[in-house]
Design a protein around this ligand. Structure first.
Ligand SMILES: [Zn+2]
Length: 263
């Protein structure tokens, strides 16, 4: 089964002991592309470094709401011009943990959404208990291409996101017994969702408590297939095609891989 892992954090220390062998295993097991998402200055660097090492790994740049106080616009602009950086993210609002003050989160999210439009890059959104506020900022900044990563809203909010033209992304959280996302999975059309692990976090059932990795991505596809009443292969293919289009993955990664700037 051909898979596209749209949200991983393989540069984190959790993978220090076996990173390269794990990545090889992933590519041998049907994972074709990986978006390695960053969330602060340190991971912007490590994520880009990893992407430059692997033909089929791409990076993002952005300051997560937890790291909003460290926001560095020049770093985001610099990385946004890198060929291997395909999105701005993960950026957004987190009113669950509130590690950065609310006004700072809001301002930094808006600034980065603005940069995404300016640099013509899609946005990977982190939205934790801040659905409407995230929606409002993206609309206000006129963001056309966004994915709500690890979607956690209800069916009404899902419809709002779809109506705005944005994508919905599912993690292993849909496999948990307390998941309320079945109706969202049923609602979302085949051309509007993606799948991700968010590894090392959120391991799908029955691997909770273990380190997550792209090797478990198929379990997300299988759960969506079960809910939608289709095959895992159909889910994987749809998500793959949606991700290729959303992240505008270059058709010739070999040529594209050369380190450097877009223009
Ligand atoms: Zn993440």
């Amino acid at each position: 089964m051909k898979l596209f892992e749209t949200h991983a954090h393989l540069d984190l220390p959790d993978f220090d002991s076996d990173r390269e062998s794990l990545i090889n295993k992933c590519f041998a097991s049907g994972i074709e592309y990986i978006i390695n998402v960053s969330y602060n200055k340190e991971t912007a660097l490590s994520s880009l470094e990893l992407a430059k090492k692997h033909l089929h790994i791409f990076a993002t740049v952005g300051f997560h709401p937890h790291d909003a106080v460290d926001f560095d616009a020049e770093l985001v602009k610099k990385h946004a011009r890198e060929k291997k950086v395909l999105a701005i993210g993960e950026i957004g609002l987190d009113f669950f943990r509130n590690l950065s003050p609310y006004p700072v989160q809001r301002e930094v999210f808006a600034n980065q959404a603005h940069l995404a439009v300016e640099y013509d890059l899609p946005v990977v959104v982190h939205d934790r208990q801040a659905h409407q506020e995230c929606y409002n900022i993206l609309r206000q900044e006129n963001v056309k291409e966004a994915v709500f990563h690890c979607f956690s809203g209800d069916i009404v909010f899902a419809q709002q996101v779809l109506d705005a033209g944005w994508m919905i992304s599912f993690t292993g959280s849909i496999t948990y017994a307390n998941s309320h996302l079945d109706n969202v999975v049923r609602l979302v059309p085949m051309d509007r969702f993606m799948i991700e692990t968010d590894c090392p976090y959120l391991p799908p059932h029955p691997h909770r408590g273990q380190r997550n990795s792209p090797l478990l991505l198929h379990l997300v596809a299988e759960k969506i297939a079960e809910i939608k009443g289709i095959t895992p292969k159909e889910v994987a293919e749809a998500s793959y095609n949606n991700a290729m289009q959303f992240f505008r993955v270059p058709p010739d990664p070999v040529k594209h891989h050369k380190a450097g700037h877009k223009k």
